[in-house]
Write a protein of this length. Structure first.
Length: 135
Protein backbone atom coordinates (compact mmCIF):
# COMPACT_ATOMS: atom_id res chain seq x y z
CA UNK A 1 0.00 0.00 0.00
CA UNK A 2 1.39 3.24 -1.03
CA UNK A 3 0.81 6.77 0.20
CA UNK A 4 -0.74 9.48 -1.92
CA UNK A 5 1.34 12.55 -2.51
CA UNK A 6 0.04 15.92 -3.62
CA UNK A 7 1.85 18.00 -6.20
CA UNK A 8 5.55 17.83 -6.54
CA UNK A 9 5.84 20.87 -4.27
CA UNK A 10 3.93 19.09 -1.56
CA UNK A 11 1.44 22.00 -1.03
CA UNK A 12 -2.27 22.33 -1.64
CA UNK A 13 -3.34 23.76 -4.97
CA UNK A 14 -5.92 26.50 -5.16
CA UNK A 15 -8.95 25.57 -7.18
CA UNK A 16 -9.39 27.74 -10.32
CA UNK A 17 -12.96 28.51 -9.22
CA UNK A 18 -11.59 30.15 -6.07
CA UNK A 19 -9.34 32.37 -8.22
CA UNK A 20 -12.33 33.39 -10.36
CA UNK A 21 -14.49 34.23 -7.33
CA UNK A 22 -11.64 36.17 -5.70
CA UNK A 23 -11.03 38.12 -8.92
CA UNK A 24 -14.71 39.03 -9.29
CA UNK A 25 -14.91 40.12 -5.64
CA UNK A 26 -11.76 42.23 -5.97
CA UNK A 27 -13.07 43.87 -9.15
CA UNK A 28 -16.39 44.64 -7.43
CA UNK A 29 -14.57 46.16 -4.45
CA UNK A 30 -12.42 48.37 -6.71
CA UNK A 31 -15.51 49.47 -8.68
CA UNK A 32 -17.40 50.33 -5.47
CA UNK A 33 -14.46 52.33 -4.11
CA UNK A 34 -14.15 54.21 -7.42
CA UNK A 35 -17.89 54.98 -7.46
CA UNK A 36 -17.87 56.28 -3.88
CA UNK A 37 -14.79 58.37 -4.63
CA UNK A 38 -16.47 59.83 -7.71
CA UNK A 39 -19.59 60.70 -5.69
CA UNK A 40 -17.50 62.35 -2.98
CA UNK A 41 -15.57 64.46 -5.48
CA UNK A 42 -18.56 65.51 -7.57
CA UNK A 43 -21.03 66.24 -4.76
CA UNK A 44 -23.43 68.82 -6.15
CA UNK A 45 -23.44 72.31 -4.76
CA UNK A 46 -26.62 73.77 -3.40
CA UNK A 47 -28.96 73.37 -0.49
CA UNK A 48 -31.82 71.05 0.33
CA UNK A 49 -35.13 72.10 -1.25
CA UNK A 50 -37.70 71.22 1.41
CA UNK A 51 -41.47 71.14 1.04
CA UNK A 52 -44.22 69.83 3.32
CA UNK A 53 -47.80 68.96 2.40
CA UNK A 54 -50.59 67.63 4.60
CA UNK A 55 -52.01 64.30 3.50
CA UNK A 56 -54.84 63.56 5.97
CA UNK A 57 -56.56 64.61 9.19
CA UNK A 58 -57.76 61.90 11.57
CA UNK A 59 -59.11 61.87 15.07
CA UNK A 60 -56.67 60.17 17.43
CA UNK A 61 -57.92 59.62 20.97
CA UNK A 62 -58.84 62.97 22.51
CA UNK A 63 -57.09 64.93 19.73
CA UNK A 64 -56.37 64.97 16.02
CA UNK A 65 -53.36 64.02 13.97
CA UNK A 66 -52.42 65.75 10.73
CA UNK A 67 -50.29 63.42 8.64
CA UNK A 68 -47.89 64.93 6.15
CA UNK A 69 -45.31 64.15 3.52
CA UNK A 70 -42.03 66.05 3.60
CA UNK A 71 -39.91 66.07 0.45
CA UNK A 72 -36.41 67.17 -0.40
CA UNK A 73 -36.06 67.82 -4.12
CA UNK A 74 -32.66 69.45 -3.71
CA UNK A 75 -29.20 68.01 -4.35
CA UNK A 76 -28.13 67.91 -0.68
CA UNK A 77 -29.25 65.85 2.31
CA UNK A 78 -30.86 67.56 5.31
CA UNK A 79 -30.93 66.30 8.87
CA UNK A 80 -32.89 67.40 11.92
CA UNK A 81 -35.58 68.92 9.69
CA UNK A 82 -38.02 70.92 11.82
CA UNK A 83 -41.62 70.81 10.59
CA UNK A 84 -44.18 73.32 11.86
CA UNK A 85 -47.95 73.23 11.41
CA UNK A 86 -50.43 75.94 12.33
CA UNK A 87 -54.21 75.95 12.50
CA UNK A 88 -55.42 79.40 11.42
CA UNK A 89 -58.78 81.19 11.59
CA UNK A 90 -59.25 84.77 10.38
CA UNK A 91 -55.48 85.21 10.22
CA UNK A 92 -54.97 84.20 13.86
CA UNK A 93 -53.04 81.14 14.98
CA UNK A 94 -55.36 78.88 16.97
CA UNK A 95 -52.85 76.08 17.52
CA UNK A 96 -49.29 75.27 16.59
CA UNK A 97 -47.46 71.96 16.48
CA UNK A 98 -43.92 70.87 15.64
CA UNK A 99 -42.04 67.72 14.87
CA UNK A 100 -38.65 66.74 13.54
CA UNK A 101 -37.48 64.43 10.80
CA UNK A 102 -34.05 63.09 11.69
CA UNK A 103 -32.80 62.47 8.15
CA UNK A 104 -34.17 63.58 4.76
CA UNK A 105 -31.85 62.52 1.91
CA UNK A 106 -31.64 64.40 -1.39
CA UNK A 107 -34.48 63.62 -3.80
CA UNK A 108 -36.54 61.70 -1.24
CA UNK A 109 -39.71 61.89 0.86
CA UNK A 110 -40.62 60.98 4.44
CA UNK A 111 -43.98 60.77 6.18
CA UNK A 112 -44.99 61.84 9.66
CA UNK A 113 -47.72 63.38 11.77
CA UNK A 114 -48.35 66.32 14.10
CA UNK A 115 -50.82 66.08 16.98
CA UNK A 116 -53.34 68.80 17.86
CA UNK A 117 -55.87 69.13 20.66
CA UNK A 118 -58.43 70.78 18.36
CA UNK A 119 -59.99 69.74 15.06
CA UNK A 120 -58.17 71.44 12.16
CA UNK A 121 -60.78 70.56 9.51
CA UNK A 122 -62.84 73.76 9.92
CA UNK A 123 -59.84 76.09 9.75
CA UNK A 124 -56.90 76.81 7.47
CA UNK A 125 -53.85 74.62 7.94
CA UNK A 126 -50.34 75.85 7.16
CA UNK A 127 -47.36 73.48 7.17
CA UNK A 128 -43.75 74.24 6.41
CA UNK A 129 -40.17 73.25 7.10
CA UNK A 130 -38.61 75.85 9.38
CA UNK A 131 -35.03 74.60 9.62
CA UNK A 132 -32.49 71.84 9.10
CA UNK A 133 -28.88 70.92 9.83
CA UNK A 134 -26.15 69.68 7.52
CA UNK A 135 -25.46 66.04 8.31
Amino acid sequence: MGTRMDDAGGGDRTDPLEWIIASVAAAALVALAAWLGYLALTEPAGTPALAVRPTAVQQAGAGWVVTFEASNTGPRTASEVEIEAEILADGHVLARGRTRIDYLPARSTRKGGILFDRDPTGAALRMRAVGYADP
